[in-house]
Write a protein that binds this ligand. Structure first.
Ligand code: ACM
Length: 467
């Protein structure tokens, strides 16, 4: 899955993405075409989706936390979308390479761009804008709530006319038998306050917000089926009492997928715990800022057919490249590879043939090929895995581990850059009070192989607290 909403990837980049995929026998490209940050597909019967919904203000840095509020005089210069001709071209390009494209239109949540274009879609009156970099969702342990209503109202006939128009064109453009309708992370706190949602509940006998969402999803499925297609959605669609013909993409761990397969739904496994390639893959201070971590060795443990699942209900496994934090194609490659290799091997190889050390040898051969082709990839596996703890006397203790065999880690505690004549890590090290920072460097066979990690003692103390 490539998220072309949060960061718009050009048609040429999507083609390049397919070229990168097919080297390793990935044969399905799920395009996440719509979200709060932008609507990326021309819908001729709803022109504002792209004239309004495809554009936002430009911000650099970690723009999703922009401290600067947008003002309406600021030009909306960032974005883009694919025309019908572009989509036909992408579909054909894929077909020539045995890649099928699965389009996703994410409703009813994640819909700020659509609501900005057609405010009648929202159950909450007021002004709506394509995400401007100002936080609009609150995330907390065990849940979330919207600060700005970013959902499509389930209680308004206009919403279903809208979905019908969108699905009509999407169904014509993409020959694949499935259409993905999203269904993930829909905040319901504005629905709870909405008179029109209350009236819908009374009319339809819906007892709670999950049933309200279930009502919406069922109507969307009917619309998709009326276009001759099958519906697939993220695993939240199970919560509203989904119809038996719905297909499920399991992302919140593997649980939803196992449950769905048990109730005889067809399932695609793309659990965040193994297959979210937008998560940090190595030492966080060297990588981009992302809230969760997924190392190559964990990705390699991905198994799309979990215990208790009948394989006949598993359509496949998938990696997801969300782009909230991915601002360009080269960085996308860095995040995708080599983790994409681990996913490819996990979906194509019998479990008993999997072998981490053998895999790493093949990964390193592929590094050489990528060096020649000029494609980007991450060498994060060579860097030290650094953690800290407190011993029984309250001393700070440094721990270093390796992701792969045969790598040695050397460290300094005196503010100088270490090399392979510095102390070599062999067991946990007590870090005395006068140390300001620890620097670590990795070598193999006498050659520097990893990047230097610099960790102030304050950072090590934080890691010790988390332990
Ligand atoms: C998802 O990651 N929200 C499907």
């Amino acid at each position: 899955m490539l998220d072309v909403s949060r960061h718009f990837f050009t048609k040429a980049e999507v083609k390049k993405f397919m070229d990168d995929m097919v080297r390793f026998k990935f044969n399905l490209l799920h395009l996440h075409l719509t979200d709060d940050e932008g609507w990326r597909i021309e819908i001729k019967s709803l022109p504002k989706l792209t004239s309004v919904g495809a554009w936002r203000i430009e911000r650099n840095g970690k723009w999703s936390n922009s401290p600067k509020a947008a003002d309406d005089s600021e030009p909306k210069t960032y974005g883009g979308f694919y025309t019908h001709e572009d989509i036909k071209d992408l579909v054909q390009y894929g077909k020539e390479r045995f890649v099928t494209i699965l389009p996703e239109i994410d409703v009813p949540g994640h819909s700020l761009a659509a609501v900005a274009a057609y405010p009648q879609l929202s159950a909450t009156p007021g002004e709506h804008k394509v995400y401007q970099g100002i936080p609009f969702m609150n995330w907390f342990a065990g849940g979330f709530a919207a600060i700005v209503d970013n959902s499509i109202s389930p209680a308004n006939e206009f919403s279903y006319e809208f979905v019908d128009k969108v699905m009509t064109e999407v169904a014509q453009l993409f020959p694949f038998e499935y259409i993905h309708m999203g269904g993930d992370e829909c905040a319901k706190n504005f629905w709870e306050k909405s008179p029109e949602v209350k009236a819908l509940m009374a009319r339809e006998g819906l007892k709670n917000m999950n049933e309200v969402e279930g009502y919406f999803v069922k109507r969307v499925e009917k619309i998709i089926q009326s276009k001759g297609k099958k519906m697939i959605g993220w695993d939240e669609i199970l919560e509203g009492g989904v119809s038996p013909s719905a297909n499920v993409m399991s992302w919140r761990g593997v649980k939803g997928g196992i449950e769905a397969a048990k109730s005889k739904h067809q399932v695609v496994m793309s659990p965040s715990t193994f297959a979210y390639v937008d998560f940090v893959q190595g030492e966080p201070t060297l990588e981009g800022p992302v809230y969760a971590s997924l190392r190559l060795n964990k990705t390699y443990q991905f198994d799309p057919v979990q215990e208790g699942m009948d394989p006949k209900y598993v359509l496949g496994g998938q990696a997801n490249m969300w782009s909230e934090q991915i601002a360009n194609y080269r960085y996308q490659q860095y995040m995708m590879w080599p983790r994409g290799l681990a996913i490819a091997e996990s979906v194509w190889s019998p479990k008993e043939k999997k072998d981490w050390n053998g895999f790493i040898k093949r990964v390193e051969n592929q590094f050489d090929r990528w060096d020649l082709s000029g494609d980007r990839y991450a060498k994060s596996v060579y860097d030290a895995i650094v953690s800290a703890s407190k011993d029984e006397k309250g001393n700070l203790v440094l721990h270093i581990a390796s992701e792969i065999e045969g790598v040695d880690h050397y460290y300094s505690i005196d503010e100088s850059a270490p090399d392979n004549f510095y102390p070599k890590y062999s067991k946990p090290v007590v870090i005395k009070d006068d140390v300001q920072s620890v620097r670590i460097i990795s070598y193999r066979n006498g050659k520097q192989i990893g990047r230097q990690i610099n960790l102030p003692v304050t950072e090590l103390k934080k890691r010790a607290e988390k332990k």
